[in-house]
Design a protein around this ligand. Structure first.
Ligand code: ATP
Length: 216
């Protein structure tokens, strides 16, 4: 049985941290495919900075040459406030036996027990947690119990559709979308332009400039 990875996020905008997370997950979890799922309006965030269609376009540009990566428009098409559990229920009903693994940085995992129906998330799919630079994984009691009871290795993912947690190491990439937006708001010096080029794929930077995104 193959394994499908799911990478949700605001992608506001997509950056090299997301791409590295995807590449390391594909390799270390031996995924057949990885779906990038941009959120419509994440319940944890007040408002996003670029419209959904632009965020999706930027994901499409960034993954154009990434093998086994696809854009999944499920959450944007559903619209409204995005709760991951709604997405997972829909995917599970269309792929009843497929091993699905929700990939996240350790910062997200440390907050998993605040998500809507968080235990159902875990029953519905596997969860893979990557160590993210600057955000050490410090799970609270709920999540430490989840780790103690559900931890498996990558080979265990294919054995059942969901229900396990796997931790994997990723090559740290010290970038966040918040930092990218901060730099884009400034009139850029040469040094800042270099920093942006190191953080965001060129086609995405060109798209941002063409559509005047993140100016305020
Ligand atoms: P923001 O700064 O706007 O909060 P972000 O950069 O954290 O955004 P999201 O789109 O919210 O990006 O994140 C989607 C997923 O990617 C989350 O699981 C998050 O942990 C992970 N992620 C984001 N940046 C990195 C990074 N540099 N390295 C590893 N994982 C990352």
């Amino acid at each position: 049985m193959g394994v499908t990875g799911l990478l949700g996020g605001s992608f506001d905008p997509i950056h090299n941290g997301h791409l590295q997370l995807a590449r390391d997950a594909l390799k270390q979890l031996t995924l057949d495919e990885l779906r990038f799922i941009p959120a419509a309006q994440p319940w944890q965030k007040d408002s996003l900075h670029a419209p959904a269609e632009h965020r999706a376009q930027m994901v499409q540009l960034a993954i154009a040459d990434e093998p086994r990566c696809t854009l999944d428009m499920h959450e944007i098409e559903r619209g409204g406030v995005t709760y991951t559990i709604d997405t997972l229920r829909a995917l599970r009903s269309s792929l009843p036996r497929r091993a699905l693994v929700l990939i996240m940085g350790s910062d997200q995992f440390a907050r998993l027990d605040t998500w809507r129906d968080w235990k159902e998330n875990l029953r519905t799919v596997h969860i893979a947690v990557a160590q993210r630079a600057r955000n050490a994984l410090i799970p609270g009691l709920n999540l430490q119990t989840v780790l103690d009871n559900h931890r498996c290795d990558a080979a265990g993912l294919a054995l059942q559709p969901g229900g396990n947690v796997v931790e994997f190491a990723m090559t740290p990439v010290d970038v966040s979308a918040t930092e990218v937006r901060g730099l884009l708001r400034l009139t850029q010096s040469g040094k800042q332009a270099d920093r942006l080029s190191a953080m965001v794929p060129r086609p995405v930077l060109d798209y941002i400039s063409k559509h005047h995104l993140y100016k305020e």
